[in-house]
Write a protein of this length. Structure first.
Ligand code: UDX
Length: 442
């Protein structure tokens, strides 16, 4: 099939590359000429495992191309994906101007039947707005061309996006139209493993499914984070509790890890958006208000602990392992590391940080500052620092030389925001250790 993807960001490019890889001819359109030039030169503008080789292979094979020419994009695709950004506005709501601009562009240029598919995470009701925007352009051209608008939300995890696309649990297709559904089924047929993964439903249900999934996962995390704090108070170990409840198949093991709080481009934004949608319909989503408040509190937890341990962080240096909001990405959006670092700086402390891939992104955010040093190894972060804090569970941090860390730190203590170690083993090595919700020893 001929497919067009508007928006060469994270979601758009993963979608485009994976659809090309199963034999479709995919054209990516973006307004940013620099980005298109980078992609044409065979480079991916962000870090994501597996994406580079897919882009290169499919571009070479003639199945994937990039352009700034919107008219060409509209002419090319039988199915047109809208995967442009929906940045939060000042009041927290998603800015739909780019999504609706693409809808208008399609209306201005289309000459035959199109399936227009919203892929960006958009509030419930957006597909209807896309339909209206497109219809207005067709009306202005005095044309009555056929088209259908479909909601097809993505469930890609950063760091595992290619795998998630290639081996989906489910493919949600929201549509009120059999012809569009047929086309979508045909498009996704190569991704049905063992059984049909496509779930057809009405448009608002598809739109709400995306938010419901992320809000449910965020809820599990906030719940576990609160329980972890309670576990410490009552002398319980959250890891034992996690195993104990996860083995109930009604609960399951996923997304039950207590930690430094959830971050990223999706959970914080989507929880807010769903609360807002509730508000617009006169319903207060009380559970989600609490999920959000618990997460804000959790993101401050490491700072509270370090301050309490040291008395004050003023004039102290904190070694920091991990900056990205989770491993295998350079994404710093809503990362718990930011809350920790900013709190340390505000209190007059310094940070020496290491991250395997997110240091460049971090340097762009914070620039040069006297109280911040980026170093090129985990050990170098500990040199001359008072204590060590861990915020991201990169594999490289999982089996460190504790004796070496002890020798490097002035006040040998590890504040582990991701529960990477066995508390007894770290303490046996002579370091003070605090995980999140781990039983305190001695
Ligand atoms: C998420 C959804 O998983 C994905 O389906 C959706 O399309 C986009 O949002 P992503 O933001 O890439 O994906 O990361 P994810 O792996 O889900 O982690 C989100 C945050 O939750 C991270 O900050 C992570 O550290 C935190 N987390 C996750 C926990 O604190 N505990 C857990 O048990 C799991």
């Amino acid at each position: 099939m001929n497919i067009t993807v508007f928006g060469s960001g994270y979601v758009g490019l993963v979608t485009a590359a994976c659809l090309a890889d199963v034999g479709n001819r995919v054209l990516c359109v973006d307004v940013d000429p620099e980005k298109i030039a980078t992609l044409k030169a065979g480079h991916c503008p962000f870090y994501e495992p597996g994406i580079d080789s897919l882009l290169v292979r499919n571009a070479k094979g003639g199945r994937l191309d990039f352009t700034t020419d919107a008219a060409r994009g509209v002419a090319h695709g039988e199915i047109i994906f809208i995967a442009v950004g929906t940045p939060p506005q000042e009041d927290g709501s998603a800015d739909l101007q780019y999504v609706l601009a693409v809808a208008r562009t399609i209306g201005q240029h289309m000459a035959d039947y199109k399936v227009v598919c919203t892929k960006s995470t958009v509030p419930v009701g957006t597909a209807a707005k896309v339909r209206e925007a497109l219809a207005a352009e067709l009306a202005a051209r005095r044309l009555a061309l056929p088209y259908d608008v479909v909601s097809n939300p993505e469930f890609l995890k950063e760091g595992a996006a290619v795998e998630d696309f290639m081996r989906p649990d489910r493919i949600i297709v929201g549509t009120d139209n059999a012809r569009a559904l047929d086309k979508m089924r045909q498009l996704y047929a190569p991704f049905n493993r063992n059984h049909d993964r496509v779930m057809a439903m009405d448009v608002p249900s598809a739109e709400l499914t995306k938010y419901a999934a992320n809000a449910m996962l965020a809820t599990r995390i906030s719940f576990m984070n609160e329980l972890a704090l309670l576990a410490e108070q009552v002398g319980a170990d959250i890891e034992s509790v996690r195993r104990g409840i996860g083995s109930d198949p009604r609960i399951g093991f996923h997304f039950l890890y207590a930690g430094a709080g959830y971050g990223g481009s999706c959970f914080p934004k989507d929880v807010k958006a769903l609360i807002r949608t509730g508000g617009e319909h006169g319903q207060s989503l009380q559970v989600l208000h609490a999920v959000e408040a618990a997460n804000e509190h959790q993101k401050q937890e490491l700072f509270r602990r370090i301050s309490a341990y040291l008395g004050s962080v003023k004039g102290r240096t904190i070694a920091l392992w991990g900056l990205a909001f989770k491993p295998n990405t350079d994404d710093m959006r809503e990362a718990p590391s930011r809350v920790l670092m900013e709190a340390i700086w505000a209190a007059g402390g310094k940070v020496r940080a290491f991250d395997p891939v997110a240091m460049e992104t971090t340097a762009k955010i914070y620039g040069e500052r006297a109280d911040f040093t980026l170093v090129d190894s985990p050990e170098a972060a500990c040199e001359g620092a008072d204590v060590l804090a861990i915020v991201t569970e990169w594999s490289a941090f999982k089996a460190p030389d504790f004796a070496r860390i002890k020798a490097l730190l002035k006040t040998p203590a590890i504040f582990d925001g991701r529960n990477l170690y066995d508390p007894a083993a770290v303490q046996a090595a002579g370091l003070h250790y605090q995980g999140i919700g781990r039983a305190r020893l001695g």
